[in-house]
Write a protein that binds this ligand. Structure first.
Ligand code: HEM
Length: 558
């Protein structure tokens, strides 16, 4: 342990010398070259000594690290890591070397951090089921630090008292079954607005209307979340047709700018002394995204805190009220204003990305396979009929619709890996040594497209998920056996399974039941290319919608 710490410090100081631009200058002059040479020799000797020492320990007592490409002395895999960023992507590099080495668990060293990618459900379960408590922490990164105001929130906090407090608040107060029932009307209002907004875009022509499904899906998810938290759909005036106004557009754009840079292998997350130099430009983008989100959220939060503290508000009407009104054992507010602000940003990010991305990909795939659209519509007609809209009580019977959503989560996840789980002690998994502080990343692509688990893994085939129904079971979106990755499992698993499933199912069901969808006449098929470096379709999905229910079903009281 002692030698590891000493080596880590030496490595850190040496890396400082190599990467910190301010420290390169001394080695550029001839006078300082001997110092540099002596230093390098000394560092290499230390490194070799460390490797030998570790080797002995490995041979004597501990198993080896999981396989990975050959690391460079001292800097580990940073060179390959940086090259992969310039050429393809870090995720592509990781998946390629794992394929080449024919391994389902790998290891790379970035700075002092061992990153452990996993592509197999059984090994995934060893991490998140058998040894869940060892892998219950999270890394401290630039993006999570900015959003969570110094790691005050649930998803982004490392394991410890702050995480326990916020997790308890989320599970028992914000996302409890009782709260879910109380907020039912608000969810229905947004499901109705979803249909109204699309109907307004296609009701005036017999040919239907062209609809941007990315906008529809992202704003439905953001509207539901905003209604649950702030009891309002819009920050500004919104649009008369039910669509987003400028404020909501700016807000959702900021959420996705943040998501794209969250756990995006930013160099300074592995070499923290680089933070502040913003070599990759991530810091500027993340800080701007959070500034935009807070510009809209914070005035509402501050005003509401005042109302509760002045006794003007006594009954919670939305989730913001719930967060503000919680008290500790002494009757004092449980959460500071900063904790409330940070947690609200986190909920807004957590609730919007997965369902909207799944909807856009699923519809793109289904438009290219019209028989899947037809099957979904047949199921909806059988279960719901044509004289009313889908309601949450219909969900248990909508197995094919849910299978379509699940197939999109399997094939087109919002990110290549899950949020990293950090180990709190040394341990052994799948026969390999996993050092304390390792970042374990389960590959959503690897699990969802693992050919040992799925036949024709790159085909969109919702039917594969109906097998569970043949045993009389309902299709659900959660998959705790990790054969595909939706809500994960264990201590750090998703607390929003019920809300997330209900938002996703409602969006799929209402859009598939209320409208007939087709590819615009100018296009033969939908291009399924993925955008460069982002998880979304390269171009927002445009499709033609036509109402398919009697006109009275689309009449809303507003
Ligand atoms: C379809 C929708 C959703 C999906 C697919 C999803 C997926 C996930 C995933 C993959 C994780 C990380 C699990 C891990 O690290 O092992 C997570 C964590 C979490 N999610 Fe969700 N989520 C969804 C919706 C929501 C919603 C609506 C909320 C709440 C408003 C929410 C709240 C959380 C929280 C609080 C955690 C953190 C748990 C922790 O670190 O202790 N999620 N979610």
């Amino acid at each position: 342990m002692g030698i590891n710490l000493w080596m880590a410090q030496l490595h850190f100081h040496f890396a400082m010398e190599i990467y910190h631009p301010m420290s390169i200058a001394p080695f550029t002059t001839m006078q300082s070259f001997p110092t540099f040479f002596v230093f390098i020799t000394f560092a290499c000797l230390c490194y070799l000594f460390k490797s030998q020492w570790q080797g002995k320990v490995h041979k004597g007592r501990k198993p080896w690290l999981p396989p990975g490409p050959k690391p460079w002395p001292i800097v580990g895999h940073l060179p390959q890591f940086i090259i992969s960023k310039k050429t393809t992507s870090v995720s592509h590099w990781i998946h390629s070397f794992m394929k080449e080495m024919n391994t389902e668990i790998g290891c790379i060293r970035l700075g002092n951090v061992h990153v452990i990618p996993v592509t197999c459900p059984e090994i995934g379960l060893e991490f998140l089921k058998k040894q869940d408590s060892v892998f219950a922490s999270r890394p401290l990164t630039m993006a999570t630090d900015v959003l969570s105001k110094g790691h005050l929130t649930t998803i982004f906090s490392p394991f410890g008292d702050q995480w326990k407090k916020m997790k308890r608040v989320m599970v028992s107060e914000v996302l409890s079954p009782a709260r879910h029932r109380l907020l039912y009307e608000k969810r229905v209002e947004e499901a109705d607005n979803l249909v109204r907004y699309v109907h307004n875009q296609c009701k005036d022509s017999d040919e239907g209307g062209l609809v941007n499904l990315r906008v529809v899906a992202q704003h439905y998810c953001s509207n539901v979340t905003r209604k649950l938290i702030f009891n309002r759909r819009y920050f500004g005036e919104g649009k008369p047709d039910g669509g987003p106004g400028f404020e909501e557009e700016e807000y959702v754009e900021a959420i996705f700018a943040f998501i794209v840079h969250l756990y995006s292998f930013c160099v300074s997350d592995y070499l923290p002394f680089l933070r502040g130099l913003d070599l990759e430009g991530h810091e500027k983008i993340v800080e701007e995204a959070i500034r935009v989100m807070e510009k809209y959220q914070d005035p509402i939060i501050e005003d509401r805190v005042q109302q509760w503290r002045n006794g003007k508000k006594l009954e919670p009407q939305d989730l913001l009220d719930v967060l503000v009104s919680l008290t500790d054992d002494h009757g004092a507010p449980l959460l500071s204003t900063n904790e409330i602000k940070a947690q609200i940003s986190e909920i807004n990010v957590a609730a919007v990305d997965n369902p909207s991305n799944a909807l856009e990909w699923a519809f793109a795939e289904m438009l290219n396979k019209p028989e899947t659209l037809q099957k979904a519509m047949n199921e909806l007609d059988n279960v719901v009929g044509r004289d009313r809209l889908v309601q949450e009580s219909d969900f248990p019977k909508l197995n094919y619709v849910k299978a379509c959503a699940r197939e999109a989560f399997r094939l087109h996840p919002i990110s290549p890996f899950n949020p990293p789980h950090v180990s709190v002690s040394d341990t052994t998994v799948a026969g390999y040594f996993i050092p304390k502080g390792s970042h374990v990343i389960l590959s959503r692509f690897g699990l969802g497209r693992n050919p040992k688990v799925w036949d024709e893994p790159s085909e969109f085939k919702p039917e594969r998920h109906l097998r569970d129904c043949n045993e009389g079971k309902e299709v659900v979106l959660a998959k705790p056996e990790l054969r595909l990755f939706t809500f994960s499992r264990g201590r750090r698993g998703c607390s929003g399974v019920v809300l997330g499933s209900s938002m996703t199912t409602m969006m799929f069901a209402r859009l598939l039941h209320s409208f007939e969808w087709s590819i615009p006449a100018s296009q033969g098929t939908i291009d399924l290319s993925q955008g460069k470096g982002v998880p979304f379709l390269a171009k927002p999905l445009l499709a033609v919608a036509k109402p398919r229910l009697p006109p009275n079903v689309y009449s809303f009281p507003w």
